[in-house]
Design a protein around this ligand. Structure first.
Ligand code: FAD
Length: 331
């Protein structure tokens, strides 16, 4: 299918981007980063299918019922396609300042939203200290997709299975949103509200993603389970991060699960199981079981609900063990 008609605006600066977004928001405007999601969406041309209960009466009283963008036709539910034909695309490709990976003086990692998965993979500090993010970048699509797909695009696309979004939430990333009205910072776990939905306003865009400095005894890991090794959306993806004190007790732990809910989910029960304790095999298994019960998966062609729950348990145990090994190397 051919692309719909639109004009492409190419701002030279962050300020000009904000002005374009403010001016054009009422005409329909969309940001273009690497384009690996946007151009596919525009050709379909469907951004997302949102499922509504018949009882709710359609879009005005909508209730999102699924983690997937695909249709379900069980008689109770119908799909409402949201067509997406913006009049303007704002291409960010000239904003070189948003292609930087920087370790700040206080040890935090600041990544420009236009940084590609390939650039993240090649940054050695990232693999050492923010391992889950490097592994999320490794998991994205294929070499071609990694060369174009950006961290900002993966986060703003807001898919429940997004391979760099899941680790970003796990690692406690902050997102900087900019507009003519100013700058605001939101936590990555509060940014996504549902499949393909975020709290970003039409006149805002994502400029930087900042990750907390890793503690001296901390580690993280991400594992994506998919039906194929490349070019496939995950059946389940789990990211874990952990911090230990000098005695080996857990001082902080976060597990984020992808593709098992309408957005990436933080496994709430893991904290209570591990915090303040030495992470023995028995406790890791208990935490992993808790995570699988926190997940809210659905059945679809990629996997059944039961299979996904089991895989959350397996991958939580696996990523927690890897994160602990990495933390212990640094201890
Ligand atoms: C063949 C193929 C395989 C893929 N495989 C995977 C995979 O394995 N895992 C995975 O997670 N994804 C996968 N994807 C999806 C996609 O590649 C990623 O989500 C990628 O990171 C998107 O980045 P982008 O720069 O191309 O985003 P774009 O397509 O440019 O944008 C994506 C969305 O985010 C918005 N956006 C982009 N940047 C900003 C910004 N700075 N501020 C505000 N809004 C912004 C856009 O308007 C759009 O809505 C695949 C896509 C393709 C085509």
């Amino acid at each position: 299918m051919s692309l719909p008609n639109f004009d492409v605006l190419v701002p030279d600066s962050i300020e000009e981007t904000c002005s374009f977004l403010a001016e054009k928001q009422s005409d329909g405007v969309r940001i273009l980063a690497g384009g690996t999601d946007v151009l596919v969406d525009l050709k379909q041309p469907v951004v997302q299918s949102t499922l509504y209960t018949q009882a709710a009466g359609g879009p005005d009283n909508s209730q999102i019922l699924t983690t997937s963008d695909e249709h379900q036709s069980d008689g109770q539910i119908w799909a409402e396609k949201e067509r997406n034909e913006p009049s303007f695309l704002v291409s960010l490709h000239k904003l070189k300042e948003l292609k930087q990976i920087e370790i700040l003086d206080d040890g935090r990692l600041r990544v420009g939203a236009l940084t590609t998965a390939r650039e993240l993979q090649r940054e050695p500090h990232l693999r050492e200290s923010w391992g889950a993010l490097a592994e999320g970048a490794d998991a994205l699509g294929s070499p071609l997709v990694r060369a174009r797909g950006t961290l900002g695009g993966n986060i703003c696309n807001a898919r429940p299975a997004a391979d760099m979004l899941v680790p970003s939430i796990c690692l406690g990333a902050d997102l900087q949103l900019q507009s003519n009205r100013g700058t605001r910072t939101v936590r990555a776990d509060e940014f996504v509200t549902g499949p393909g939905r975020t709290i970003i306003q039409l006149d805002e865009f994502l400029t930087y993603i900042t990750f907390p400095a890793p503690g001296s005894n901390s580690g993280s890991a991400y594992y994506k389970l998919a039906q194929r090794k490349a070019l496939d959306i995950s059946v389940v993806g789990v990211a874990s991060s952990i911090s230990l004190n000098q005695s080996g007790d857990v001082t902080d732990v976060r597990v984020t699960m992808g593709a098992v809910g309408p957005k990436p989910l933080l496994a709430q029960s893991v904290h209570g199981v591990l915090i303040g304790k030495i992470p023995t095999d028995e406790l890791i298994d208990k935490a992993a079981l808790g995570a699988s019960l926190d997940a809210t998966p659905i059945d679809d062609h990629r996997g059944t609900l039961e299979y996904r729950r089991q895989m959350v348990e397996v991958l939580t145990a696996r990523t927690l063990r890897l994160a602990i090994q990495r933390a212990e190397v640094l201890r």
